[in-house]
Design a binder for this molecule. Structure first.
Ligand code: PLP
Length: 349
């Protein structure tokens, strides 16, 4: 690839992807029927590999969707009886709340970008709690410790967590929530067009209890199908295949998370030493390690100079569009690309 892409999604795909696409074509994967034994074997194997590589508990179900966005609606339609409470400090969490608000009662719990998850004020008439664990728009993250507090204090509620830009890059303790969802074009290093849903036994029970069947993506249908290693509609078979091959080749989340963490530390050390850059998130405890947002006086100039050297920086997002740029710290990015980027910043300042 000519360009080194640090955009936080869609982002760099694993360099093995072209080879796997070629093999998928040669093996006829792109044309298999999604009710065939061949597909069911692929799906079963993909779920098994994901479970092993990402350390997903044995009693959690794994299902495929089309995107993370689709999961917002699935959670509101198929898992929310009374209402959902939304904790967010950025654009993705806000959009989730607004989609859910069209379907069910919602309560908004907004918090500051440098604040911890506010776990105290939980409404009585709410049965689903919604958290964006890694807020890609402003590069904040919710610590597993905070999710643990939320879990301990709300055993009776469904906790749903958006891990779109963290799953596959950081260690996640899946026992701390009931619904985890993501799409594959961020830390999983694949082309967009496939979503992932990971469900606790409690979430499955709730879907069975609500028994919503009148939606094209009713969760009960999704669960019944995934248990047969099928999907409700014709899925992105190539995406499933690529997930299978890339995860099979992966050393597992522990090793990957260590690599991501070391790179984050290198970035942090560099930017904290340089007065020309400031982390948008000043509180290191809530700073994302997979997406970095940096303030600079010369954002536009930096982006264009970087582009001239084949380095694509991410734009700022929403209210931070003009004052910040973002860097994806995703596993598929090569070490030499990270080195090139840091070298570029050294010369630019
Ligand atoms: C990218 C992203 C989404 C949306 O993903 P789609 O694949 O476009 O549905 C949702 N939430 C977060 C946190 C994201 O980073």
């Amino acid at each position: 690839m000519r360009e080194m892409n640090f955009y936080p999604g869609p982002s760099r795909v694993y360099s093995s992807v072209p080879e796997y696409i070629y093999e998928a074509y040669m093996e006829g994967i792109m044309s298999i029927n999604h009710r065939s034994d061949e597909f069911m074997t692929l799906m079963e194997s993909t779920k098994k590999i994901l479970r092993e590589r990402l350390l997903i508990p044995d009693d959690y179900e794994i299902a495929f969707t089309s995107s993370a966005t689709e999961c917002w609606e699935i959670i509101a339609q198929s898992l929310t009886q009374k209402g959902s409470q939304h904790f967010f400090n950025g654009s993705f969490g806000e959009k989730w709340a607004s989609y859910a608000g069209e379907i069910v009662q919602t309560k908004i719990s907004q918090f500051g970008i440098n604040e911890k998850l506010p776990t105290g004020d939980i409404s009585k008439d709410i049965d689903v709690l919604c958290v964006t664990q890694n807020e890609t728009s402003n590069a904040t993250q919710v610590a597993m410790k905070s999710l643990e507090m939320l879990r301990v204090e709300n055993e009776d509620k469904i906790i749903a967590v958006d891990v779109t830009s963290s799953v596959g890059g950081v260690m996640i303790d899946f026992k701390l929530a009931d619904v985890w969802y993501a799409s594959v074009q961020k830390c999983l290093g694949l082309p967009a067009g496939l979503g992932l849903m990971i469900l606790s036994p409690f979430a499955v029970q709730k879907a069975e209890k609500m028994a919503v069947r009148n939606r094209y993506n009713s969760l009960l249908h999704i669960i019944e199908n995934t248990r047969k290693n099928q999907t409700t509609y014709t899925p992105n078979v190539l995406g499933v295949y690529l997930l299978n091959r890339t995860q099979e080749a992966s050393k597992g989340i522990k090793t990957i998370a260590e690599k991501v963490e070391n790179r984050f530390k290198a970035y942090e050390a560099f930017f904290e030493e340089n007065g020309d850059f400031q982390f948008l998130i000043s509180n290191p405890a809530v700073r994302s390690h997979t997406v970095l947002a940096l303030e600079s006086k010369e954002v536009e100039l930096l982006k264009s100079q970087a582009r001239n050297r084949g380095l694509i920086l991410g734009n700022g997002y929403g209210p931070w569009k003009n004052s910040t740029f973002r860097i994806a710290n995703f596993p598929a990015i090569k070490s030499r690309e990270v080195e090139k980027l840091i070298e570029f910043f050294k010369k630019a300042i």
